[in-house]
Design a protein around this ligand. Structure first.
Ligand SMILES: CC(C)(COP(=O)(O)OP(=O)(O)OC[C@H]1O[C@@H](n2cnc3c(N)ncnc32)[C@H](O)[C@@H]1OP(=O)(O)O)[C@@H](O)C(=O)NCCC(=O)NCCS
Length: 174
């Protein structure tokens, strides 16, 4: 990887989805990428089916039935992970808030790729007219908390170890 990798977001069409799945299985833990499904923490058929269905339903974007959009994170042109936005108030007349989530392959972590991808997705959210972007993580996930704080999020910790992050886009500068 170059010292200052070029980071871009790309739509997840079927060829990109295949490349993302390969990356996820080879270079990320299933728990970083999918919800806990079936027994065990590793990759299994149910998690792969979830991964494919999830990105296909998110292809229609924030205005689509899933009210969600996912992008491949490209690092120097290669898929490095994925990032998403999902409206949390899709049922209301005015859409103001979306939740984000991100995972990167292990070999792409720690080089500023996550921070750059998050800034790009916040810019997408602002272009879509949203007012805030939220994210959930855990007290144990120091990397995610640092990433979110560096992007301008305010973090709130609850007693159960959950951490909620809020980026107010009216005060956010790229
Ligand atoms: C969280 C994740 C996306 C971070 O991506 P990344 O490219 O490694 O992050 P960056 O290199 O852009 O670092 C952003 C900031 O977080 C810090 N950071 C990143 N990983 C860290 C870690 N494991 N421990 C401590 N700090 C960390 C960096 O030092 C940097 O801080 P700074 O801006 O104050 O210098 C990546 O580690 C990942 O995919 N993790 C698994 C999935 C996950 O936890 N997703 C988050 C769910 S909200």
């Amino acid at each position: 990887m170059s010292r200052s990798p070029e980071v871009r977001l790309a739509d997840v069409d079927d060829p990109m989805l295949e490349r993302l799945l390969e990356l996820a299985q080879l270079d990320a833990s299933a728990d970083d990428v999918t919800p806990p499904l079936s027994n065990g923490t590793g990759w299994n058929a149910e998690r792969i089916d979830w991964f494919l269905a999830y990105h296909r339903s998110a292809a229609a974007g924030l205005e689509g039935p899933a009210a969600e959009k996912s992008w491949a994170v490209l690092c120097d042109g290669s898929p490095a992970g994925a990032i998403r936005l999902k409206l949390t108030d899709a049922e209301t007349a005015q859409h103001e808030t979306a939740e984000t989530g991100i995972w990167l392959g292990r070999s792409y972590r720690g080089h500023g790729v996550g921070g750059a991808a998050l800034r790009l997705v916040l810019a997408e959210a602002r272009r879509a007219g949203l007012h805030r972007v939220v994210a959930k993580t855990t007290a144990a996930n120091i990397g995610a908390q640092r990433l979110l704080t560096a992007a301008g999020a305010v973090l709130t910790h609850d007693d159960g170890g959950a951490v909620c992050a809020v980026v107010d886009l009216s005060h956010w500068r790229q």
